[in-house]
Design a protein around this ligand. Structure first.
Ligand code: SF4
Ligand code: SF4
Length: 189
């Protein structure tokens, strides 16, 4: 009789413990049901990068004065500024300019300190290649205009949290005319 009661007691304890574990697991599930979805169906959907996103650097050849400030402020002296001295004008003439994005840490120092603003950080982040050496961009590749998620008709541009209207949690199917929660660059200036 005593053995039987002990068995019933153990069984009850295990049943209570199992239901506690199930309830704990379900509480996590229900908690996540109330959060906004963070899955992006890349490459069919892409997030709009924030305005200060540090993506691939854009370079304007005609503005560069070959001063090499960008090299000196770069933590790894990365930009390669290839120039010759024009003896007639006594001015530097830029021949080539390159940045290796396989090494660059996208700190933005070169962009910040360039005296002629010929460098800028773009929203381009798709830099995957099969060969790391093809990430060494010359002035032609650096001069290419960046791709924009919002102007690509082949993808659905999803709004980041700062771009969502107040109270909106789901980035899918948001009406683009609804006012966003964050302050825009234009509103800041
Ligand atoms: S700091 Fe600007 S102007 Fe000077 S070499 Fe670098 S990119 Fe050219
Ligand atoms: S972003 Fe930073 S690491 Fe990259 S080239 Fe400019 S200064 Fe160098």
């Amino acid at each position: 009789m005593f053995g039987f009661l002990k068995q019933v007691g153990d069984y009850t304890k295990e049943a209570v413990s199992a239901s506690q574990n199930i309830a704990q697991g379900l509480s996590v599930t229900f908690d996540h049901l109330r959060r906004r979805p963070i899955t992006v169906q890349y490459p069919y959907e892409k997030l709009i990068p924030s305005e200060r996103y540090r993506g691939r650097i854009h370079f304007e050849f005609d503005k560069c004065i070959a001063c090499e400030v960008c090299v000196r402020v770069c933590p790894i002296n990365l930009p390669v500024v290839d120039w010759v001295m024009n003896k007639a004008t006594k001015k530097k003439e830029l021949r080539n300019y390159s940045i290796d994005f396989g090494v660059c840490i996208f700190c933005g120092n070169c962009v910040e300190y360039c005296p002629t603003n010929c460098l800028s950080m773009t929203e381009e982040y798709e830099l995957a290649t099969f060969d790391r050496h093809s990430l060494n961009y010359d002035n032609v590749a650096l001069g290419r205009l960046p791709t924009s998620v919002t102007s690509d008709p082949a993808v659905v541009a999803l709004k980041e949290f700062a771009y969502l209207p107040k109270g909106e949690m789901d980035p899918h199917g948001v009406d683009p005319t609804r006012p966003r929660a964050g302050i825009t660059k234009e509103e800041l200036s």
